[in-house]
Design a binder for this molecule. Structure first.
Ligand code: GAR
Length: 216
């Protein structure tokens, strides 16, 4: 019979690298373009970190590809301009990405943040922002790439999963890792409960990772 440990252990997380946000307010704010397909909670925490003075950046534009994305409502509520680019309106991935690049340039974006962007990207986008695109993914990469990452982790029976913020490259959910947070898998977890706890950690590490990469 095992004794149960303090409940803190079950809910603790581990973030690496362990940094805190530095005051970079004397430098010009980094101009961000955020791309999102859905709920937009990660968009929200970046916007909040900026509003709280914790991240020296400004969101130039939100690009969303799904007409019903809640991210667009969040942008409107925060007075951030948003542009709907629906991939279904474009004949190829490259044509779609060319329009994204044009929009990002139009809004003078320096760094691109994929915050729940559920489309593969082409070389067109990578070439336009080399080493200046950041993605967040709900697993400890390189495990569980692609869709259903949380379900994949549960199916594999891992005891620890988490989330990763990384620089984007052409291969899906790959590229140099900026920051990760580990999250324990609990015995009764469903995809929803586990994803909920992973998202708590996503919301901690995304602003930190943006600061780490972009706030030079
Ligand atoms: C996040 O969990 C993010 O890691 C995931 O989509 C969710 C978006 O949440 N991204 C991917 O799976 C990309 N491969 P949000 O819309 O509430 O920010």
């Amino acid at each position: 019979m095992f004794m149960s440990e303090d409940s803190l252990i079950n809910t603790a997380s581990l973030i690496s690298p362990h940094i805190s946000l530095v005051d970079a307010s004397s430098r010009a704010p980094v101009k961000l373009g955020i791309m999102a397909s859905g709920n937009g909670s990660n968009f929200e925490v970046v916007a909040q970190a900026i509003e709280d003075g914790k991240l020296n950046a400004q969101i130039q534009v939100l690009i969303y590809n799904n007409p019903s994305a809640k991210a667009a409502v969040r942008a409107k509520n925060r007075g951030v301009e948003s542009v709907l680019l629906n991939h279904r309106d474009y004949p190829s991935r490259e044509e779609f990405d060319r329009q994204i690049v044009q929009t990002l340039h139009q809004y003078e974006v320096e760094w691109v943040i994929m915050a729940g962007w559920m489309r593969l990207v082409s070389q067109v986008l990578i070439d336009a922002f080399p080493n200046k695109m950041i993605n967040i993914h709900p697993s400890l990469l390189p495990s569980f790439k692609g869709v259903r990452a949380v379900e994949q982790a549960l199916e594999a029976g891992v005891k620890i999963t988490g989330c990763t913020v990384h620089l984007l490259c052409l291969e899906m959910d790959s590229g140099p890792i900026l920051m990760q947070a580990a999250v324990p898998v609990l015995p009764d977890d469903t995809p929803e409960t586990l994803h909920g706890r992973i998202q708590v950690q996503e919301h901690r590490i995304l602003p930190l990772a943006i600061a780490l990469a972009a706030q030079k």
